[in-house]
Design a protein around this ligand. Sequence first.
Ligand code: SAM
Length: 245
Amino acid sequence: MRFDVFSLFPEVMQEYVQTSILGRARQADLIDVRLHNIRDYAADKHRTTDDVPFGGGGGMVMKPEPIFSALEAVLGEDLNSVRIVLLTPQGRPFKQSVAKDYSKQKRLALICGRYEGVDERVRQHLATDEVSVGDYVLTGGEIPALLVIDATARLLPGVLGDELAATQDTYARGLLEHAHYTRPADFRGWLVPEILRSGDHARIEAWRHEDSLRRTLHRRPDLLRAIELSDEDRVFLEKLNHKGP
Ligand code: SAM
């Protein structure tokens, strides 16, 4: 899958996409992440990319011409078929389901804003999607873009070593994932649950499923309302509800 990211500060994303799982996925040609500097597409001699807002007020607004030119040049004839994501705190919340949807695309373009954001005409006439990574405001869209790339790329076949890992993750099945432990079995007197050391896979699976249900009930009960539970799960949750955390 190819990602084209458009930013005034592409260099801040470089290290991240070269590191660890994303770096390996790039080397294996599973993903292709291209970082483009919007300033390279500014036509005037000062290479201006922002200007004062019409109507007054503080801050600067990113101009539409360099952004349109950058996407037109890089996407070429794919311009009208590729999903173009504008990162904005006003967008639809980025969730695992959105990452899954994006992971089915061959190519994705991401536009990172800065300052007061981008000229409204970019949103109206260029972007196909508007995505927010949370109800807070950051100084730029680069961290949100990395977040979208990371969450999307790890769903692509071959990117994670263990193919099962992504299907068992928190949110993948609508529940928070169970707790994880590694060696040592006894750390400062805090023991790993005996079942996980038993080698009995059926009991381990049952423990993990119950731990997922328990965690979801205590931390994100809203998620339980959105999924189908088995009768056994309902009985288990009912018992927990009576007992408390
Ligand atoms: N004035 C804008 C507003 O109130 O909606 C905020 C602009 S913000 C300071 C600058 C840029 O950071 C945005 O254009 C966007 O690209 C990015 N950004 C900030 N917070 C974000 C969030 N929660 N999700 C996605 N992008 C965000």
